[in-house]
Write a protein that binds this ligand. Structure first.
Ligand code: FE2
Length: 340
């Protein structure tokens, strides 16, 4: 409805620009009618000390104009062609989210555009669902700060229900902490996967409660074994096998409960080949379809924010007042009212 009014006023505008800045990536995506026209990004290079939010935010601030210009160039559009702006409201690091929010507000004010605050997790799930051409799948969303099993439900209002989730840290943080403890090089998830190749299985703590799971006991025990001289390769192998088996058990339970026969794997840890293989086998055993997007769309990116902003634009009956568009570091996916 908003979009029809806008077209009546401006005529030719034709693209939605989305800004992602919740963690180490400053990304700008451009979409039109669900088609991804651009997905530009700059990624902060992680060091052994991990992410210091103020330093990452400083990095993002230096990349705002470069990344926006790169996206516009790639889409062969100018700012005058943009009809709405989306940005990541949360969850994420406060200082980093602020940079994206302020960039989005500056563009919205300068060009009198509607602005849409987007939930980061919704972005991951929606872009994977679209690329899969799935309708109403179950989603396993795995990243540094999050690990959740999700599906859309219609009551009491339309939203993503969290069927299961980590009770402590995200699986990505667990893998990163393990890798940093072993002084592996970033990107830590890939380093653990490479180290694990050819390792032997050792029994490690396994924690699944219904469809929830926990990783800190597994991490602490693994680090103690590393300090006591247990081969690092075997530990990396067993850490992956154990944590991924936990995710598979919980996901299988959610598939049985919901009756869903389509599964998407999304988020930064979705790029792990061992996890992909385990979930594909799980789906095969239940005659279910499985999809994982290409790496560009699994990691944080602006295209997923633009896609959700476009869905919000197409289905909204009201503007989001710009002064009420803030950030929320702990913005949960099940707090989002889905309007599309
Ligand atoms: Fe993410």
């Amino acid at each position: 409805m908003i979009r029809a009014q806008w077209h009546a006023k401006r005529g030719s505008a034709m693209a939605i620009l989305g800004i992602e800045s919740s963690a180490h990536t400053f990304g700008v995506g451009i979409v039109n009618d669900g088609a991804i026209l651009a997905n530009a990004l700059n990624r902060y290079k992680l060091s052994g000390s991990g992410m210091i939010p103020s330093k990452v935010a400083d990095f993002h601030a230096t990349k705002v104009s470069d990344t926006i210009n790169a996206a516009l160039k790639s889409a062969k559009l100018g700012l005058g062609d943009v009809e709405a702006i989306g940005y990541t409201k949360g969850p994420g690091l406060g200082a980093c989210l602020r940079i994206g929010e302020l960039a989005a507000k500056a563009l919205a004010l300068r060009y009198s555009l509607p602005i849409f605050p987007v939930n980061h997790a919704v972005g991951h799930v929606e872009i994977a669902t679209q690329l899969a051409h799935f309708h109403d799948p179950l989603a396993l969303y795995v990243s540094g700060g999050n690990s959740q099993i999700l599906a859309m439900v219609g009551a009491p209002y339309k939203h993503y229900n969290v069927y299961g989730e980590t009770l402590d840290i995200g699986i990505g943080n667990m893998l990163d902490n393990f890798a940093r403890g072993l002084k592996l090089v970033p990107a830590w998830g890939s380093s653990v996967e490479r180290l694990a190749a050819g390792g032997k299985y050792l029994q490690l703590p396994y924690t699944v409660k219904g469809m929830d799971f926990a990783f800190t006991g597994l991490l602490t025990h693994s680090m103690r074994l590393a300090e006591s001289g247990v081969p690092r390769r075997d530990l990396a192998f067993s850490l992956q096998q154990t944590s991924f088996a936990m995710l598979c058990e919980a996901t299988e339970r959610a598939m049985m409960l919901t009756g869903k026969r389509q599964l998407i794997l999304c988020g930064g840890v979705a790029q792990n080949g061992v996890l992909q293989h385990a979930l594909k086998s799980l789906c095969d055993s239940h005659s279910a379809e499985f999809f994982v997007a290409q790496a560009e769309y699994n990691g944080d990116n602006g295209a997923m924010i633009a896609l959700v902003a476009e869905k919000m634009l197409n289905s909204s009956t009201k503007h989001y007042p710009i002064d009420e568009c803030g950030i929320s570091q702990r913005y949960r996916i099940d707090d989002v009212r889905v309007t599309w």
